[in-house]
Design a protein around this ligand. Structure first.
Ligand code: SF4
Length: 202
């Protein structure tokens, strides 16, 4: 499948998740603190290359893919390279929020299934401790009938787009690197896409 088709399918999945998580956030009242970004600073964030294919393709279209790949190859930093700290007190933000990955869109507002088959809200300590009433109410409601995005369901849908790139889970910077390599290799012997569209069928 062409890069553009895969990018389009991943973006459709993000759109579907956006609608589901907006509804969940409105019903639950749970929300991130403006300018927090703490979860992006964890060195153990993991993702699949496929969820960053739209990001890599966007950089490629803007002539920034090779430069970014060089930076990633040189870096030993475990924090997501897209994260930009804004202050010494730990605040920061995603510098490419529109192109963030699936894990970034799910964390905080999605559930995992525990060993008893029950849904468990996967969120951060800041939300748990800072919004205890909404957190407890929501944790209880999702075991009953409150609709919530589920990690495994979204990752299964991602795998169906490209099993190879969707099924590998890597430290986030390795996933970014592999997404860039995929795009650069794909276009190494193909014409540049015209206005974001490929000139020739893949
Ligand atoms: S892509 Fe953006 S939202 Fe996702 S971990 Fe990196 S900085 Fe955070």
């Amino acid at each position: 499948m062409s890069i553009e088709r895969r990018v389009q399918l991943v973006e459709n999945l993000f759109l579907q998740l956006e609608k589901e998580s907006t509804k969940f956030q409105q019903t639950s009242g749970i929300g991130c603190i403006t300018g927090c970004g703490k979860c992006c600073t964890y060195p153990d964030v993991e993702a699949s290359p496929l969820e960053f294919l739209p990001w890599a393709f966007h950089l490629f279209l803007n002539g920034e893919a090779e430069k970014t790949l060089l930076l990633l190859n040189k870096s030993t930093d475990l924090t997501c390279m897209i994260y930009k700290p804004l202050s010494i007190i730990g605040q920061g933000r995603c510098s490419d929020y529109k192109y963030r990955g699936l894990i970034c869109r799910l964390f905080g507002f999605a559930a995992n299934t525990d060993k008893y088959g029950k849904l468990r809200l996967a969120t951060c300590k800041i939300i748990k401790e800072g919004q205890p009433e909404n957190y407890n109410k929501t944790a209880d409601a999702i075991t009953k009938d409150l609709s919530i995005p589920v990690f495994t369901e979204y990752y299964m849908q991602l795998n169906q787009i490209d099993f190879h790139l969707g099924n590998i889970i890597l430290p986030v910077n390795k996933a970014l690197k592999m997404a860039l390599e995929e795009v650069l290799q794909y276009y190494a012997y193909r014409p540049m896409p015209v206005n974001g569209k490929n000139a020739l069928p893949a």
